[in-house]
Design a protein around this ligand. Sequence first.
Ligand code: SF4
Length: 398
Amino acid sequence: MNDVSLYFHIPFCTAKCDYCDFFSISDYSSCSPLIKALLAEFSRDFTRFGKPPVASVFIGGGTPNSVPLQLLVELLDGIAEITGADTDVEWTIEANPEHITREFIHALHDSRVSRLSIGVQSFDHHMLRILNRNASLPQTIDGLDTACNFFSGDISIDLICEIPGQTVESALNDIRQAMVRGIPHISRYSLTIEDGTPFHRKYRDLYTGNDEVYAEGISFLAEQGYVRYEVSNFSKKGYQCRHNLRYWNMDPYLGFGPSSVSTAGPGVFSEQMRMAKWIRREQTASLDAYIAAVAKEDDSLLLHKAQEEDGWYQIEWKDLLFEHFIMGLRTYTGIQKRVISERFPSEYVKLFADTCAAAAPFLIEDGNSIRIRDEYMDSQNPVLLKILDTLDSVSGQS
Ligand code: SF4
């Protein structure tokens, strides 16, 4: 049986950041029912799936460390008990700095969490205000320093660049602040203006990004010894995020909680759940509907997409192949040809090879892997359009 990664979604945030379009809510009255629903759903599904071996665990949000600590511990202990996951499995929890306390760090040590991913976003007071982050700069620094001083696992921080008004010096200082604290992993995202957010109303016609801020940051990270292993992720040697690498490699993962997604292939589940194709489940982005559906054991209410067998729908082979391109080309190791041969029927392995040949000007074949040429790493859309066109036209001829 193949191993799986597990994702648990905690959608609570004390306030909404102006750029955010994730599913999050600020009414904490359903915290306890959510934790109980997550454990009930996970316990039921994990047994039903035949208890596959666990490769990594990720508690994401929202802001997981904004819920009462005893509930978070209840969730972590419950997951450990159900999976019996080894201590060398990577356990990551996302956290925002204003809620990082000594007690929180202590609870992480007791609950086998090995990796803390902190939403810093910027060390510049003005940038934090433009983003409308909940934390002030002193709170951000206090929380981060508490983690750096007392957490014995690995720390990663998120930074945002190309914020309106951000200078190159401010962006480089954000990286310097991580560096001086010895933080070995940085996720650095360009700000995107999402439809329906306050940012969209304010900036949609005014914002054009800032290539210089983006590129100078990437060069500076390289000079400081951070290896860019994915478009937006930089780490010192040995500190890559194993959980996220599994998404980019399209390894199977199971998501629990409102708005979570699961994707799995043949070989993940026990005999009675096993299917010939890859399958996906997308859960509803409604906390109340999620909690009610788990209580009623009604899978159909958990989902927001049409489903076939037992709440899952099948992914067409061609769509799955395109997803392997989208995800795999984000990494510097690229797509492993062995993975394509193992996962796809022979006609799609041929389609993969034909597509790579047609898109050869954009790609590098490197032994067992196919990766994107460096000059296209930051502008992948034309490459992916070419790949999609080729997939459509070649598969249309067969
Ligand atoms: S803390 Fe994260 S999830 Fe919550 S509102 Fe801000 S960006 Fe969104």
